[in-house]
Design a protein around this ligand. Structure first.
Ligand code: GRF
Length: 188
């Protein structure tokens, strides 16, 4: 299965996916391309260091639809069947989502439907919950909303700051994304 990964920044989830595909932990899969909407995304170098093609398609000077169409064209050109959002910070247009039905997945750092949107770790911390977590889900046209594939709980400890909590969630995200991809690729 050919996988395309969209990023905007650090790319640690992207690295977890690439490493799991390249080591054979996610079988019968290949990373076709990594696409960033940010030229300065640290993840670009991490992808290239692993021998993965990584390209930049910036939003600047384009409408959302034009930008998404260009991304969809680059993915289609490479035969991508599954798109993983990994810290991709733009909302996708309906036409992009409809072009890849059940073909786009995302990771979010909370137990959805709790705390959708930005700064989910801070939202959970500020709400004073004792358990939060992360969710891998199919992407639909609404923000952080599609059907869940896997979720994992992460405890909030008394001594936590937002940074220590976020780091603990991120560590769990990497394993969860790989587990979710094993399920999704095995069912295709
Ligand atoms: C992760 O916390 C992910 O859940 C959220 O954005 C962050 C991306 O981190 N959607 P990274 O770029 O994968 O390191």
């Amino acid at each position: 299965m050919k996988i395309g990964i969209l990023i905007s920044g650090r790319g640690s989830n992207m690295v977890a996916i690439v490493d799991a595909v390249q080591s054979g932990e996610i079988p019968n899969s290949e990373i076709a391309v990594v696409i960033s909407d940010q030229a300065g995304a640290a993840g670009l170098t991490k992808a290239r260091d692993r021998g993965v093609e990584a390209i930049v398609i910036e939003r600047k000077g384009r409408t959302r639809l034009e930008h998404d169409t260009e991304i969809a064209d680059e993915l289609s050109k490479r035969g991508v069947e599954l798109i993983c959002l990994a810290g991709y910070m733009r909302l996708l247009s309906s036409s992009f989502v409809q072009a890849f039905p059940k073909g786009i997945i995302n990771i979010h750092p909370s137990l959805l439907p709790s705390f959708p949107g930005l700064d989910a770790q801070k939202q959970a911390y500020d709400a004073g919950v004792s358990v939060t977590g992360c969710t891998v889900h199919y992407v639909d046209e609404h923000l952080d909303n599609g059907p869940s594939i896997l979720q994992k709980e992460v405890p909030v400890l008394d001594r936590d700051t937002i940074d220590t909590l976020s780091a603990r969630i991120l560590g769990v995200e990497h394993g969860l994304y790989v587990e979710a991809l094993k399920i999704v690729t095995a069912n295709n």
